[in-house]
Design a protein around this ligand. Structure first.
Ligand SMILES: Nc1ncnc2c1ncn2[C@@H]1O[C@H](COP(=O)(O)OP(=O)(O)OP(=O)(O)O)[C@@H](O)[C@H]1O
Length: 340
């Protein structure tokens, strides 16, 4: 009824317009459609132009040096997870400010280190420096080999990083754990168990959707929770037998239960010679670490056992703990740890 009325009105309007101006409505509609078509095309052209500009930007990015055969480490390397850092400075660009300033420390093989510090103090930059992802000066030795002399591929495949939100590939869970099909199911399931996936599933209220090696993983791991993704990344580290594991703690995106499963897997399942560096946002995560490194403005302010650091009058860790709502628990954890 309404459309019939509208059509009748349009015909009336066309006839009136044609009668008054000699310009038919059909022509007016055709003209405005043409203008709309041009505007739409111009818009599309601009969007595609932006993409081209971005591709051109990526093409101009300075490339990392290609791996050289002489940088190939011996097959037995790394046999230990010892890390020695001497006068390490780092920056994000050649003319940028130093984000790490002459940092020196040694981490013994198998030690568990917690790294804390304010936002921007250099925690992530330190982990990126160990992998040579940013510009560095000074020396880093990993199991006695200077990392600047090692093939980038070899260096990075010997260190596992578990970022706050790990990326996974689309495919099966098995393919994510073992992309080159090198290990049998028993070993892969063992790694999943050690990483805590099955404990997480046992404690979960949901019956459906339990993960197995054949489960499908969507691109980026988008069909899994952040906690499940961190557990899979940890399982990957166990499968790879990495001697150095760097964990960037995901605080906001992970619930307490999953976090405690990951922490107990890290405590109980990693072998004695695996060094663990945890970039911590919650003090509870690292109060039972062997040592805590406190960073401030790119410098190491404190580096010792939690118990020893809490005894320093006016110390930075001590003031962070004293300000915390969990002060008493944190002191208990540090004292129970026993190492001074
Ligand atoms: N991609 C980047 N390009 C340039 N400067 C950067 C970049 N990422 C970090 N920085 C700078 O490096 C310094 C150290 O930052 P970093 O991310 O290492 O700190 P952080 O302690 O990990 O902080 P947060 O707890 O917020 O993650 C900061 O001054 C920061 O602005």
């Amino acid at each position: 009824m309404f459309s019939a009325g509208l059509a009748a009105y349009l015909v009336y309007f066309r006839d009136q317009t044609a009668a008054n101006t000699g310009f038919s409505l059909n022509m007016a509609v055709g003209f405005s459609s043409l203008i709309l078509w041009w505007i739409r095309n111009l818009n599309e052209f601009e969007v595609q132009g932006n993409s081209l500009e971005r591709i051109q930007g990526y093409l101009k990015i300075e490339q990392e040096p290609k791996p050289v055969p002489e940088g190939e480490p011996p097959a037995y390397w790394p046999a230990s997870g010892e890390v020695r850092v001497e006068n390490l400075s780092a920056r994000y660009s050649a003319d940028g400010p130093k984000v790490l300033k002459n940092v020196s420390f040694t981490i013994k093989s198998g030690e568990r280190i917690g790294v804390v510090g304010r936002t921007g103090s250099g925690k992530s930059s330190l982990t990126l420096s160990l992998l040579r992802c940013i510009l560095t000066e000074g020396n880093v030795y990993y199991d006695s080999l200077e990392t600047s002399k090692i093939n980038l591929d070899a260096l990075r495949s010997s260190i596992t990083i578990i970022p706050q939100v790990p990326e996974l590939l689309s495919g099966t869970l098995r393919q994510n754990l073992d992309p080159f099909d090198q290990y049998d199911d028993a070993l892969l399931n063992g790694a999943l168990r050690a990483a805590g996936l099955f404990s997480l599933q046992e404690q979960s209220d949901e019956d459906g959707g339990k993960l197995s090696l054949d489960s499908a993983i969507s691109s980026g791991g988008s069909n899994l929770s952040v906690g499940q993704r961190q557990i899979l990344a940890l399982a990957r580290a166990i499968v790879r037998g990495s001697k150095l594991l760097i964990l960037d703690e995901a605080t906001s995106a992970i619930d307490y239960k999953t976090d405690s499963i990951i922490q107990s897997s890290l405590r109980n399942e990693l072998k004695g010679d695996v060094t663990l560096i945890t970039v911590a946002h919650r003090l509870q995560t690292i109060m039972d670490a062997d040592k805590i490194m406190v960073l401030d403005a790119g410098e190491v302010l404190e580096f010792d056992s939690p118990k020893a650091l809490l005894q320093i009058e006016g110390g930075r860790l001590r003031s962070l703990v004293d300000e915390s709502n969990d002060r008493d628990i944190l002191y208990q954890m540090a004292n129970a740890n026993g190492k001074v």
